[in-house]
Design a protein around this ligand. Sequence first.
Ligand code: HEC
Length: 140
Amino acid sequence: MDTLTTRPIESPFKSSKEMLMKNMMKLSLVALLSIGLLQAAEVKKEIDKETGLIIAPGFEDVKNNCTVCHTATLIIQKGGTKASWKESIVWMQKTQGLWDLVDMEEPVLNYLATNYPPNLFSRRANLKATLLPPNPYDKK
Ligand code: HEC
């Protein structure tokens, strides 16, 4: 006659520690996935091949007025608020022969402040006019 063997009954309930670990793993997976989705949602900016400028409202005016004397690199590496962009423009008008932008000034400033906002790696401040060589474009 068979002897009755007893087998410990396995609990259908996992230990709470195991449950916690599983939930933590699920949570971190969800977190990772959401970060991935957020990054994918960031819109790729279209760049003009000729100048390297971001194509956005005001781009044409900036390309036509601001890449005449120097490349767009000066713009791309600068970054600034609307006020500091205005300061740059006024400075170029006073010292570098930049013309009055008339009704293009507002779209130009909005384009610059929106697409090239202040950043950590902005260019140094302008040199004082007295530290610059004579302007060869000055008609005086
Ligand atoms: C008439 C010529 C001329 C035009 C047009 C011109 N610039 Fe300039 N700009 C200059 C010169 C010259 C310098 C060089 C100054 C230097 O090397 O420090 C300069 C420098 C700059 C700089 C670097 C100095 C700073 O202010 O941070 C920026 C940015 C800039 N220009 C943006 C623009 C923008 C935006 C426009 C269009 C609205 C424009 N430029 C149009 C002549 C011009």
